[in-house]
Each structure stands twice: as C-alpha cells, then as structure tokens.
Design a protein around this ligand. Structure first.
Ligand SMILES: CC(C)(COP(=O)(O)OP(=O)(O)OC[C@H]1O[C@@H](n2cnc3c(N)ncnc32)[C@H](O)[C@@H]1OP(=O)(O)O)[C@@H](O)C(=O)NCCC(=O)NCCSC(=O)C1=CCCCC1=O
Length: 379
C-alpha cells in the first residue's frame, strides 16, 4: 500500500481513540511485555503493526511464576488483546532452559503450604491467567524455548499454537510434588491428544520429548536448537533416526536409554544452544497470520478454542476449591519436600504415606514431617 492510500484510510478513523485497557501497557517485575514490529513472510518490516511478546522472566527458577508474575501475565495478555496494532501474541520464557516449570515451588512451600484460604485466592489469579490466554483477542503462540512442565505445560496448552526447540520436554509434575494437574491439563489433554495418552501424560509425571509431543499433536512444530561444530543437530538424547523397534512399536521421539543415552548426553555437553531457528519459525507463523482477515481469523480461533474452553469453564471453580484444601495435606508435604530436599532426594516417601493412610493415620504435622526427605535421611 502506498503512503498516500494508507493515510487516506487512516483519515476515516476516529480523531481520538477510546482507551479500553484496564491498565497501561507496562513491564511487571518478572514478566516482560514488548511490542515487536511485525514482519511480512518475506521478512520485510510492516509499518504500524506489531506482535506482542510476553516473556516469563525468572530463568534462575526455570521461569516458574510467582503470585506477582501471575498478575503480570494477566495484565500483559489484556494489553496484547486490546492493542489495535497487534497481530499475534507470542508467549515465551527467558533463556534456553525452560519456558516455565509451573507454580513457584519455593512460594508454594514457604507461603501457601498449610494455608488453603490464601491458596484459594492465588488460584483465582491462576484461573484468570489461563482464562486470559484462552480469551485473548489475538492468536497466541507459545514459543517453547525450553522445558514446559507442570503449570507451565498448562498455560502452554492454553495457547493456540506451540512451536518448540527440540531440547524442550513436556509434562506434569503435580502427582509427584503434591498437586493434581487440574490447572488446565486434565481439561486440555484429552481434547488435544485423546483420553488414553492424556492419562499417561497427565498422571505419571514422565516428561515427553518435543519430538513425541509434536508427533502426538500436543504442539504445532519443532525445530533443532543444538549446534555441534556450527551445524544444527536433532536432540541427541532422543530417538529421531528410526520409527519402529524390532517389534513394530513406534519409538520415534522416545528418550534413548543406556549407552545410547550417555552418548547423547555427552554430545549435548559439547554443543551450544541456538534459538535462531525457533525465532524464525515463530516469525514465519506470525507472518502467515498477518496475511489473513483479522476478524475471520479471530472468529476461527474462538470456535476452535471451544472444546478446551468448555472443559476449562466446567471444571475451574471446583479445581480451585480442591487445590486450596489440598494445601493442607499432600501439597503441604510435596512442595516442602521439593523445596527442602536435595536435587537427588526431593520427593516424599510415597510408600510410607500410603502405609500410614492404610492404617487410618490422620493428616497432621507429625505425618507431614515423617514423609519429608529430612526424616528419611534421619536428620
Ligand atoms: C523437573 C524440573 C522441572 C527440572 O529438573 P532439573 O533439570 O533437575 O533442574 P532443577 O535443578 O530442578 O531446576 C533448576 C533450578 O530451578 C528451580 N526450579 C525449577 N522449577 C521450579 C519451580 N517450579 N519453582 C521454583 N523453583 C524452581 C530449582 O529449584 C533449581 O534451583 P536451585 O536453586 O536448586 O538450583 C524440576 O525442577 C521440577 O520438578 N521442578 C518443579 C516442578 C513443579 O513441581 N512445578 C509446580 C507444579 S504444580 C503447578 O504448577 C500448579 C499450577 C496451578 C494449579 C496448581 C498447581 O499445582
């Protein structure tokens, strides 16, 4: 479009625009909000149009979100949703290790454990965060810069598209750390990958590789990120060179085991991580969205979001209430164990818990303390 025709079109716009934002666009500590110039598919900058980038910025704790950050994400999504000049929203995390590993376990252990009424209020914010993603008037692309675990996987699955670097891992942590993945995972997983696979991914806390997540329809696309001697290579800890094992079972995307896994880990250490292909893929997707009718695209999103939204809306209030009360029992023990334990020993004694409950032992301080890693170590 020529500058002349663009200015003629602009002349038809109201002289002064109403402000529909609840808050001004702002940077909230731990959450970055940035409007980056949009690019056409050929890479050319598009004057006056942007993509909104929302970045979880807590890399030291794998971009886990604190209460303040949850508020920031809600506000940032509101800003992106309202911005007239924004084409798409990109939701990502700082660094190359993690997109997000969910709720901040330190905060859970040190503030919310044993405090259900406080966690109930927190869960109002968490639910609003998920709803803000599902209700964003702009398409939301999750730029999966690294692992997407627990609540991180839940807010990631709330997005419309997910593009991942292939070292990323995907899955839940709750049933190992004292929570149930009912902040979206139990709603979204069956819709996205089917009930049986949802059961495996949601309950067993065994992360999937990006290759497997892509193959099973959990994410849109993947790109390599590891560079060895200047060349990109596929994640060397994952089977990517064959589809079937000797018995005809699909093994593409499964993690390597034994000597193969050790060799993969060695290669990983030798290389460097480069997210340029991820950024290119995200830009490519934004460019495809740019060349569509905005309202038709939004309507399409709204319709395609419905299965996820229907499940989410049906369950979110009950989930909130259950999670709040669970802070008196399993979450209290599980998040303290993760927070207080060492890297090699940060889960509760599951067998001792099951035995205690089988004997009718009530949940009290003594039981909690007995389950923690410190008790196991006899400290
Ligand atoms: C499996 C892990 C994600 C990664 O393990 P690993 O690769 O071994 O790295 P770590 O050494 O564990 O992690 C590096 C440092 O980051 C800190 N970290 C990681 N995750 C968190 C977190 N979520 N909160 C706070 N800090 C975190 C970790 O402690 C390390 O720091 P250090 O100072 O010790 O070097 C593994 O890290 C892991 O399992 N993390 C916890 C995942 C988790 O339990 N998340 C919460 C799930 S529950 C949730 O998110 C919910 C959402 C809403 C609804 C209710 C709910 O429960």
């Amino acid at each position: 479009m020529t500058a002349h025709s663009a200015s003629s079109l602009a002349a038809a716009a109201p002289a002064a625009l109403h402000d529909h934002d609840l808050v001004p666009e702002t940077v909230v500590p731990g959450v970055l909000y940035e409007k980056r110039p949009a690019r056409a598919p050929d890479g050319a900058l598009v004057p006056g149009l942007y993509n909104a980038w929302i970045t979880l910025d807590n890399p030291r704790q794998f971009n886990s979100y604190t209460t303040e950050m949850v508020k920031g994400v809600i506000l940032a999504f509101r800003a992106a949703s309202n911005a007239r000049d924004v084409v798409a929203t990109v939701f990502t995390g700082s660094g190359d290790k993690a997109f997000c590993t969910g709720g901040n376990t330190k905060e859970y252990a040190e503030y919310y454990a044993g405090n259900p009424q406080e966690y109930r209020q927190y869960m109002r914010l968490f639910n609003d965060m998920v709803s803000a993603i599902l209700g964003c008037d702009k398409p939301v692309i999750c730029r999966v810069n690294g692992m997407r675990i627990g609540g991180g996987q839940e807010i990631g699955m709330a997005c419309d598209f997910s593009v991942a670097q292939d070292l990323a891992r995907f899955g839940q942590a709750g049933p190992k750390h004292g929570s149930a993945p009912i902040g979206g995972a139990t709603d979204f997983l069956p819709v996205m990958i089917g009930a049986e696979r949802a059961m495996v991914s949601g309950s067993l806390c065994e992360p999937w590789s990006a290759h497997k997540a892509a193959r099973l329809g959990m994410i849109t696309d993947i790109v390599p990120a590891l560079k060895i001697d200047g060349a990109f290579v596929a994640n060397p800890t994952v089977i990517t060179d064959r589809y079937l094992d000797e018995y005809g079972r699909v093994i593409h995307g499964e993690f390597k085991t034994g000597a193969e896994a050790a060799a993969g880990r060695d290669l990983l250490k030798q290389g460097t991580v480069d997210l340029s292909l991820l950024d290119a893929k995200v830009e490519e997707l934004c460019g495809k969205i740019l060349l569509t009718f905005p309202d038709c695209f939004t309507k399409t999103l709204e319709e395609l979001r419905k299965p996820k939204l229907a499940a989410w809306n049906a369950n979110k209030e009950n989930s909130r209430a259950w999670l709040a009360l669970n802070m008196m029992t399993e979450a209290r023990a599980g998040f303290r164990a993760f927070n207080e334990g060492s890297k090699d020993d940060r889960e509760i004694d599951f067998i001792a818990l099951r035995q205690a409950l089988a004997a009718g032992t009530p949940w009290n301080e003594a039981l909690t303390e007995r389950l923690l890693p410190a008790a196991r170590a006899g400290r």
